[in-house]
Design a protein around this ligand. Structure first.
Ligand SMILES: [Zn+2]
Length: 267
């Protein structure tokens, strides 16, 4: 036993250990069980229990200790905060055409715990309409107005379009997920996972953001968009807080065309 402890520094990370996690908004810390996951100080995680909706920061790990599993809640996911690739600026967003850089499954964890409910299903029919004319979108005037405010307040914090399949995150009282299909200049379906009956302000904000992005030269006429049939965009403040400000050893180069864009390289 003694020799194991002396050599502890050389041992691989154990299958089960404890992590101390801090939750910024709640100014609370707690100890959580980690299983089959490599965690280091500074990693962002989600946990089970009362803090399950919050993003936590690992502030310490304890590898070698006696653990009574029933005493602790668990770490359920580590957030992949890495962003590599080239980004172009578009108002409050940074846009990329690199499919591997910000895919929706990775980005969902930036906003939502894996334990939160997934996307909704819609049972009623939907009549497709042209994106450039939202008069045919069945939404009340009040909701449309609020959606417009959401769009103007830059609350669409992530949006991607992959061969016609779209996904977006909208910041309301919490983060909401909106899925949609956009083919041949038409919206074929759109659905938000909030508790609203019928079409909601989150969906309207996403449609306005999509109009804006696709109407912009930077996206729609970019040869990469035509080639890849893909783009993804992230809110600049979110990207800075979650990723770029944390890239201590990475190289960030400003792009030549506009100093608002950048390329991130690995070491
Ligand atoms: Zn909604």
């Amino acid at each position: 036993m003694e020799s194991i402890q002396t050599d502890a520094i050389c041992l691989p990370i154990p299958d089960m250990y404890l992590a101390e996690v801090r939750f910024d908004n709640a100014r609370e810390t707690g100890t959580f069980i980690v299983e089959h996951m490599e965690l280091y100080e500074g990693d962002l995680v989600y946990v089970t229990g009362p803090m399950q909706e919050k993003v936590g920061t690992v502030i310490d790990v304890t590898y070698h200790c006696k653990i009574r599993p029933s005493k602790y809640e668990r770490v359920v996911a580590k957030i992949d905060t890495d962003l590599y690739g080239e980004f172009i600026p578009l108002e409050h967003l940074w846009v990329t055409f690199d499919r591997d850089c910000m895919d929706k499954d990775k980005m969902r964890l930036w906003f939502l715990s894996p334990l939160t409910d997934g996307e909704c299903m819609d049972s009623c029919g939907f009549i497709p309409f042209a994106l450039h004319n939202l008069d045919n979108f069945k939404i009340s005037d009040i909701r449309a107005e609020r959606g417009e405010s959401y769009y103007e307040e830059h609350r669409v914090v992530y949006i991607c379009l992959d061969k016609g399949k779209g996904y977006a995150i909208v910041q309301g009282s919490e983060y909401y997920e909106v899925t949609f299909t956009y083919i041949d200049d038409k919206i074929h379906d759109i659905l938000c996972n909030c508790y609203c009956e019928g079409h909601c302000k989150h969906e309207y904000a996403v449609l306005l953001q999509l109009q804006d992005l696709l109407g912009d030269w930077a996206v729609n006429f970019d040869e990469n968009y035509a080639k890849q049939e893909y783009f993804a965009a992230i809110d600049k403040t979110v990207a800075w807080n979650m990723s770029i400000s944390r890239k201590y050893g990475k190289i960030i180069k400003l792009t030549e065309e506009s100093y608002g864009g950048f390329i991130v390289y690995e070491d």
